[in-house]
Design a protein. Structure first.
Length: 210
């Protein structure tokens, strides 16, 4: 009974609190939301750097970056009190279109370089596999530069190995297709890497300001 009397006495006093106290308490919510948004953007930026590195070694880092953006967009429903979204539909749409364009660029550049130099289908397949293996082996010597150089060398070696499996193909005859495959991969990887870096920067910036 004594506890009930104390609460009955305190309730009128609480209801008489100045309005500015209540407003100050409610104003803390947007500040908390902004802090969480900036933390999410920072985390996205750090993970996006890993996606750029994956692209450099020949793995689908560009698509991992888009999946990361989609995951952040999906998580908005749990932590954004304003009901907003981290990315606009236009931002995500343009990012997907750019990723598709980068994939086409890499394929066309690599295939064109190998085909123009006279590589067979075996040589092109060997260049593709060798490029991935070479990029992985070169990554420890420099995550970007080492991976790119390793990928180019691996493409040439892979093309040579597979070209030599053709009847009558000599080492001298396999060098030209290998060179074309290596240069094609270099152009394709650099182009795709540039798109990945651009999307990483653009999406990270959008995560901060949107």
């Amino acid at each position: 009974m004594a506890l009930w009397l104390e609460w009955s006495t305190a309730l009128p006093a609480l209801s008489a609190l100045p309005v500015d106290v209540v407003v100050e308490h409610e104003a803390a919510s947007p500040l908390t939301g902004a802090i969480v948004r900036l933390a999410a953007a920072a985390l996205f930026g750090l993970l996006g750097m890993a996606c750029v590195a994956l692209t450099a070694i020949g793995l689908p880092g560009l698509w991992f970056l888009l999946l990361l953006a989609g995951a952040l967009q999906f998580a908005d429903r749990w932590w954004r009190a304003d009901g907003g979204a981290t990315f606009s539909p236009w931002t995500l749409g343009i990012a997907v279109a750019a990723a598709i364009g980068a994939e086409v660029l890499e394929f066309v550049a690599g295939a064109h370089g190998a085909q123009k130099a006279g590589a067979s289908k075996r040589g092109m397949a060997g260049a593709m596999v060798g490029g991935i293996v070479g990029a992985l082996l070169g990554a420890p010597f420099g995550l970007l530069v080492g991976a790119i150089i390793g990928g180019v060398v691996g493409s040439a070696v892979g093309a040579i190995v597979m070209e030599l499996t053709l009847p009558g193909r000599t080492l001298e005859g396999a060098l030209q297709p290998a060179h074309g495959a290596a240069m094609g991969r270099l152009r394709g990887v650099l182009g795709k890497l540039a798109v990945t870096i651009a999307l990483w920067l653009a999406l990270t910036t959008a995560a901060v300001i949107e």
